[in-house]
Design a binder for this molecule. Structure first.
Ligand code: FES
Length: 123
């Protein structure tokens, strides 16, 4: 029921952890299931130089978190803001319909972290 890519990112998630000197942090909870995801960003010159995540959630949430970190590394903030839940799910080759809500966590947490960075900068 899960694609090979989902299983790969679930069993071998990329960019897990925290960034101690992160300048943007976003945390969201999934209203449907109570799972939580936190994203840490290190932004320099408008580019996402580093990104890490911590997810307390289901396998699909971990896979989408891992995928979103790979998708945004090296991107500008504007490019990263354009990444949607749908795009993350598609990059994983799709998610089962009952698990689509899990992909909300990843893009939402990313967007929150970017918002936090912009607030920190006082823009
Ligand atoms: Fe909670 Fe997937 S069941 S994020």
């Amino acid at each position: 029921m899960y694609t090979e890519k989902v299983m790969d990112h679930f069993t071998n998630p990329r960019n897990v952890g925290e960034i101690s000197d992160a300048n943007g942090v976003g945390e969201v909870g999934n209203a449907k299931c109570g799972d939580i995801m936190r994203i840490y960003l290190k932004v320099e010159d408008n580019i996402i130089k580093d990104v890490k995540f911590k997810t307390f959630g289901c396998g699909a949430a971990i896979a989408t978190s891992s995928m979103v970190t790979e998708m945004v590394k090296g991107k500008t903030l504007e490019e990263a803001l354009e990444i949607s839940n749908q795009a993350v799910a598609e990059a994983l080759g799709g998610l089962p319909p009952a698990k689509m809500h899990c992909s909300n966590l990843a893009a939402d947490a990313l967007h929150e972290a970017i918002k936090n960075y912009i607030e920190n900068k006082g823009q």
